[in-house]
Design a protein around this ligand. Sequence first.
Ligand SMILES: C[S@@+](CC[C@H](N)C(=O)[O-])C[C@H]1O[C@@H](n2cnc3c(N)ncnc32)[C@H](O)[C@@H]1O
Length: 218
Amino acid sequence: MFDEIANRYDFLNHFLSCGRDIAWRRACCRELQALHPGKRLLDLCGGTGDFAATYERLGGKPDVAVLGDFSYGMLKGAAGKKMSAVPVQLDAMKTPFADETFDVILNGFGMRNLPDAKTGLRESARVLSAGGYLQVLEFFSPRGLFNKFFYKVLAPLFIPVLGAVFSKRDAYEYLVNSVLRFLPVDEFVALAEKNGFELVHVKPCFFGVAFRVLLRRA
Ligand SMILES: C[S@@+](CC[C@H](N)C(=O)[O-])C[C@H]1O[C@@H](n2cnc3c(N)ncnc32)[C@H](O)[C@@H]1O
């Protein structure tokens, strides 16, 4: 599915979020850079590399940077972006890296797509060094009234239609359904705390349409 939407992925991300995804990624990177030099960086479920590219554009200078994703099409979409991250085709549930290989992991809109968030979190904890950071930017299952209305009423009306016009309808139906199927943010944080992480903070983006969840490897 991601291979099929790769060529319009960046455009639709920016279009559907009215460019807010750019600001959210920047906020994540600034928060991380204030806390850690991030010399060994993994952009996991990194897709077309927007997160890793933002990290470097804002002054991050990793010695080693990896863009990891299982979709070859999405990784190809990173070609031409200004960043040092090396694309690696991998499964985020079982990466090819040794324990404690990285000190910063970015995960933008990837956790929700994994078959099992617990295994994904454990694998990220394994490849992070102690005191390293996992920055998750994600759409979580809605809790409040506004977000329930947005994801259950508004989003199913306009996201698949715009997906059909510019890309693939199925993929954008999947996007909405995957949010509704995913964990609410508080349950995700509780799961992370049971699987190797301490919570640094949770910050809502645009009234909780998305969240920035910053976790530290315990
Ligand atoms: C919604 S896109 C997010 C891309 C990018 N991180 C961003 O911020 O725009 C989700 C990405 O997760 C990848 N993905 C899903 N399951 C994965 C897995 N098990 N292992 C690695 N990548 C996976 C998909 O191929 C896709 O590129």
